[in-house]
Ligand binder design. Structure first.
Ligand code: FES
Length: 69
């Protein structure tokens, strides 16, 4: 499913970037694949997806949430 239409980034690409361990928030995701770096219309969906994957949202506005096993 395409999440960021401006940059043609889908959820599989986002999952791969998160799995790399280098994505700590929406800003670092944008730096790695461009998602959310243009119109910003996908930011709510991006942040929700990152939260589902255990990664914080936009720096400074959402903190990283880690769930204990
Ligand atoms: S839809 Fe993602 S930046 Fe425009």
């Amino acid at each position: 499913m395409v999440v960021c239409h401006c940059q043609a980034v889908n959820d599989a690409r986002i999952a791969a970037e998160v799995a790399s361990g280098d994505v700590v928030d929406a800003d670092t995701l944008a730096q790695r694949c461009g998602a959310g770096s243009r119109c910003g219309g996908c930011m709510p969906a991006l942040e929700a997806l990152l939260e589902q994957m255990g990664v914080g949202g936009t720096s400074g506005s959402v903190t990283t949430t880690t769930f204990a096993a």
